[in-house]
Design a protein around this ligand. Structure first.
Ligand code: IYR
Length: 226
C-alpha cells in the first residue's frame, strides 16, 4: 500500500469510488428518489428484528466523520422489556409536563398536523430502542479530562447515517427527543462524560401505517447558488 508521512503520521493512498458522468447523474437521482421515500413512522410493530441488522446499522452510523476523528458517540441498544418500560414511564412523565406546561401554544399548534401527544407506546413496543449518547469529553490514563470537538455536529451526522441505514435495511424509526433527557443517563447508568442526544425506536412498520401528508421544500427554497 502506498503511503506518505504527514507530521510523523502515515497517510495511505485512497481511491474514491468513481463512475462515468451519466451514471453519476443517474445514481444521484436514484439515491434521492430512494431516500425521499423515507418517512418517520410512529406505529412500530413488535415483530422481532435480528440483532445483526441493528449491529450493522450502528457500524454504519459509526463511520460518520467526526471532529479530529474522536468518534464522540455511544449507541445504547435496549431490547430488555423492563428497561424499555422504565424508559417509557420516565419519558411520558417528562412529555406530560412538556405538553401541559413547557411547550408554547405556537409549538403545540405546529405539532397538530403531525399528531403527536404525550403517549409513547413505541417505547415499549419497538423491538429495539437505540439511544444515542454524545461523549462530551474523554479521560486519559491519568484521569485528565479532554473535551471532544464539534460534538453536536459529529453526533448529528452519525444520527443521519443511522437513520438512512435503518431505512436502507427496510426498517422504520422516529427521532424522539423527550426533554429533558437526563433520565436516560440515569436509567442506563451511563458514565459522567455521556449525555443523551437522541432516542430512536427501531423495528418493522405495523401492517397499516398512516403518516402526515407532508411536502418537502423544493430545491429553489433550500439551495442558493452563487
Ligand atoms: N418531544 C415531544 C414533542 C415533539 C416536538 C417536536 I419539534 C416534534 O417534531 C415532535 C414532537 C414528543 O416527542 O412528542
Amino acid at each position: 500500500m502506498k503511503t506518505k508521512e504527514i507530521n510523523g503520521h502515515l497517510h495511505e493512498a485512497y481511491t474514491p469510488d468513481s463512475y462515468p458522468e451519466v451514471e453519476m447523474i443517474q445514481r444521484s437521482h436514484d439515491y434521492f428518489e430512494w431516500i425521499d421515500r423515507r418517512r418517520t413512522v410512529r406505529e412500530i410493530s413488535d415483530k422481532p428484528v435480528p440483532q445483526e441488522i441493528i449491529n450493522n446499522i450502528i457500524k454504519t452510523a459509526s463511520t460518520a466523520p467526526s471532529g479530529a476523528h474522536k468518534q464522540p458517540w455511544t449507541f445504547c441498544v435496549v431490547s430488555n422489556p423492563e428497561i424499555k418500560s422504565k424508559i417509557r414511564k420516565a419519558a411520558e412523565e417528562e412529555e406530560r409536563e412538556s405538553y401541559a406546561h413547557r411547550m408554547s401554544e405556537r409549538w403545540l399548534d405546529d405539532l397538530k398536523p403531525i399528531g403527536t401527544d404525550d403517549v409513547k407506546p413505541f417505547l415499549e413496543k419497538a423491538p429495539y430502542l437505540i439511544i444515542v449518547f454524545k461523549r462530551v469529553f474523554e479521560r486519559d490514563e491519568e484521569g485528565k479530562k479532554h473535551n471532544n470537538y464539534y460534538v453536536n455536529e459529529s453526533v448529528g451526522i452519525a444520527c443521519g447515517f443511522l437513520i438512512s441505514a435503518i431505512h436502507h435495511a427496510g426498517l422504520v424509526t422516529l427521532t424522539h427527543t423527550p426533554s429533558p433527557m437526563n433520565f436516560l443517563q440515569e436509567i442506563l447508568e451511563r458514565p459522567e462524560n455521556e449525555r443523551a442526544f437522541l432516542l430512536l425506536p427501531v423495528g418493522y412498520a405495523e401492517d397499516e401505517v398512516f403518516v402526515p401528508q407532508l411536502t418537502r421544500k423544493p430545491l429553489d427554497e433550500v439551495a442558493v447558488y452563487f
